[in-house]
Design a protein around this ligand. Structure first.
Ligand code: AMP
Length: 284
């Protein structure tokens, strides 16, 4: 597995692969790889002949006071893990290569990029949309794999490629979890043992609420109860929302597949998670 750091080296490698008739899948990451990322790489391999993993801690999606400086970085370890997982190329650009002097463009989105994550992290989706648009245009891959772990981001990326006519198919990967239900995340490394023990409650509450909604429980009180449970257990509840699984518009009925999405604060760490709310089966 080679490492390239410039757009021209990336394009040169991909052009050579294309000349050989090989299809290409891209897996964008911010490094600090864990089993969730490795699952994305495996899915990429099932979708295309060649897999490119990008590693870029995108400064533009971190707000003031967020964890950009302390975000875990270990490129050598990440490179070993992705090589073992079968990736063919690591694309690890420097910030100066992604955002050279004079860089002046921001990709802004409304719709699914509003509310939830955007409420607590202003500027986050502008940063995500800008870097994802760049990565997709730089690579020109046949497909790119994104995790359901960051569900709002996945829907935002789907909207982005549709709106900007980017010819890369977006593939969704299910969330990889610890055995106690906690979604794998690079930020779990911030949790001290006490916080780590409290963390799985996020997924448990989401699952209970999703099961109650799917069983026909009244939505308002079900969501209120879940919000109270998360607010009591964690240091703060940022949001818990029932949304349409495709558009992220507010959901009130079980007529379409939905999603429960939540973010909580646990000490200095922000945890997000989401679960499916299946639509009610139509009567035969
Ligand atoms: P990150 O490095 O956190 O920016 O994540 C890179 C990609 O991996 C994104 O598409 C994430 O949604 C995905 N990802 C992160 N954690 C998980 C997980 N536990 N399961 C599945 N995908 C994940």
């Amino acid at each position: 597995m080679r490492t390239v750091r410039t757009v021209s080296d990336l394009r040169q490698t991909l052009q050579a692969w294309r000349a050989d008739g090989d299809s290409v899948a891209l897996v964008p990451t911010m490094g600090a790889l864990h089993d969730g990322h490795l699952a994305l790489i495996r899915i990429a391999q099932s979708q295309a002949r060649r897999t490119v993993v990008s590693l870029f801690v995108n400064p533009r999606q971190f707000g003031a006071g967020e964890d950009l400086a302390r975000y875990p970085r270990d490129e050598a370890r990440d490179a070993t893990l992705m090589r073992e997982a079968g990736a063919n190329l690591l694309y690890a650009p420097e910030p100066e290569a992604m955002y050279p002097a004079g860089f002046a463009t921001t990709v802004a989105m409304e719709g699914p990029a509003q509310g939830m994550e955007a409420d607590t992290r202003p500027g986050f989706f502008a940063g995500v949309c800008t870097v994802v648009a760049k990565l997709l245009l730089q690579a020109g891959a046949d497909c790119a794999v994104f995790g359901e772990k960051d569900y709002q981001q996945l829907i935002v990326v789907r909207r982005l490629v549709a709106d900007l006519d980017i010819e890369t198919r977006i593939v969704a990967a299910p969330t990889v979890r610890e055995t106690d239900g906690l979604a794998r995340s690079s930020r779990n490394a911030y949790l001290d043992p006490g916080e780590r023990a409290r963390a799985p409650r996020l997924h448990a509450v989401l699952q209970e609420a999703a099961a109650a909604l799917a069983a026909g429980a009244p939505p308002a009180s079900t969501l209120d109860d879940a919000r109270r449970a998360l607010g009591d257990h964690f240091d703060a509840l940022h949001y818990l929302e029932w949304r349409d699984g495709e558009t992220l518009e507010r959901a009130t009925l079980l007529d379409r597949p939905g999603r429960l999405l939540a973010a909580v604060q646990l000490g200095t760490t922000r945890l997000i998670d989401n679960v499916a709310v299946p639509s009610a089966r139509k009567a035969a």
